[in-house]
Structures are given as structure tokens and as C-alpha cells.
Write a protein that binds this ligand. Sequence first.
Ligand code: AMP
Ligand code: MG
Length: 316
Amino acid sequence: MAQIGTDKQAAKGFLEAGNVVGIPTETVYGLAGNALNPDAILTIFRVKNRPSFDPLIVHTDSFAKLDQFVTDIPELARKLAKAFWPGPLTLLLPKRDLIPDLVTAGLPTVAVRIPNHPLTLDLLRSLAFPLAAPSANPFGYISPTTAQHVADQLGDQVPYILDGGPAGIGIESTIIGFENNVATVFRLGGMALEQIERVIGPVLVQTHSTSNPKAPGMLSSHYAPRKPLILLSAGTSPQPGERAGALVFREPFGGIQANHQRVLSPTGDLNEAAKNLFAHLRTLDTLPIDVIYAELLPNSGLGQAMNDRLRRASVQ
Ligand code: AMP
Ligand code: MG
């Protein structure tokens, strides 16, 4: 069983030996391995049961180190890195040969970001290599936002989970790519579109793809609980019932037991809602209910990324 702790040296030791380790970030917990070691990368794919066409995000601790991994940093990418790193924004940049093809699933671009978590930044500074880290959950399931979530699902396959407390943002990073001086968002996430557009102007958003997705977060069914999830648009009500549960924004629904409902933010704060989203979905998945009703959120700020996750969670 995985040990959960705050010992950076222990985490460093496992990573240097080619093992994988659970790491905290501000978005969700990651399943980290040496990004330059193909064996460690294969272990990540095996532990997650992740298809090999699904590339990983490479985490580093400084902008200066980027030149080691990428051949070019377009001006738009520089501006975003300057404005938002460390933070929940992942940039797709042309990769150097040093990054194994396994990491990028054969793509010519590598996804990179500097995560904003003090423990993980310290760990990255102490290592001679960057960390490849997808979310530390079995492929397709809800991402983990605490060390315990990681232990619950991957504990028997991971020697160590670095505990950095509950994730401060709670939803995966926003992924953005650059082609011919045009920025395209491929996954909505913890960095709101409005904030990105304030820095580089209007961006394209392309988060749906049925085949050969650029980001698996683009697969129509992803981030899903095991129970069926039914999405309700604002103002509509669920079927009342003893075996129904609900995920609501500010106030519980009538007709469903209070203890079968989880409120994302009683004050209507979308950032607080994002922090609670995945933990609440996990809890609802364990209750004695047959169906989860989920209310769509206001479509601004992190509401957009949360609605994206709820839509994908609702696809069976
Ligand atoms: P996860 O951390 O589990 O959310 O997975 C990382 C996400 O980053 C996946 O959805 C990947 O498809 C996406 N990603 C990583 N590298 C690339 C890339 N080169 N192009 C497009 N998406 C990428
Ligand atoms: Mg994931």
C-alpha cells in the first residue's frame, strides 16, 4: 500500500529510481515519473490503464528550463507563461528529441506547465529531470483532489504519495496550443478563458473531437463517476425519488433527501465550486443512490470548465 506523507526526499528517491509517485498540484493530484525515462513513462500508462495515444503533461519549475525541452516558444506562449506561471495553464510547444515520443504519444508537440504548489515546486527544483504527470486516477474516472483519493484508487500500485493538502483549484489545467500565431484552447480548465483573453486577445476553442482527439479530455465520455449522471439545465428539476442524488450549485433540490445531495458553493462562488466538484462527485458515487442529477453552472469563469466536465461525465 502507498505511504502518504510530506517527505520530499522520499519522493525524490523513488523518482530517481524510476518509480512513479503521487504529487500534489493546484489543479488535481498527478501520477509523476521521470519524463526522460521511457520505463517510468510506461509505468505511468500501466498504472493508470491509460491508452498510449493519450499524451502526458511535462512539469518543470522554471521558464528558463523550457529551452531544454522545446525548440520554439512563440510570442503568445511567452506572454501567457509570463502572466500565469506557475499556474493552471498548459502550453503545447514543439518538442526536442530529449522528450521521449512515448510522453507525447508521437505528437511533435509537448504539453508543459509549471504547477503552482510549493511542495511540488521544491521537489522539481531538487530533481535533474522534469516530471511527466497525468492526473492520478484510473483512465476515464474522476480526477483526484486529495492524497487519499489517489490512495483509494491507485494505492496498491504507487509506493509513495506526497500529501500537499486538498487541491486549491480543483480542476485540470487549461490546455492551449499555437499555430501560425493563432492560439487554440483544446481543454477548458483551471485558467479561465476570460483571463487568457485579457492577455492575448480572442482565442479559438476546440474542445470537441470524436476521433483522434488532440487531448483525451476531448473524448466525449471522460471524468465520469460510475453512476449515471443526468445534467439539468438551470431552472429544471430532477425526478424526486429515494434513490436519487444531486450535485447542486447553491441550494439543494426539493424532493431529494438532503443527505443525498452535495452543494458546490452556498455563496455562489465558482472558484469554491471548482474546488469541491470532484470530491463531491466521488462522494455521490459512493452513496446508496442509482442516479446523480447535476445542475449546470453559470457559464463564466471556471463555470465553463466545470460544465465541460459535467457534460462529459453525463455521457455513458
Ligand atoms: P491529464 O493530466 O490526465 O488530464 O492528461 C493530460 C492531458 O494533456 C491529456 O488530455 C492530453 O491529451 C493533453 N496533452 C498532452 N500533450 C498533448 C499534446 N501534445 N497535444 C494535445 N494535448 C496534449
Ligand atoms: Mg486525466
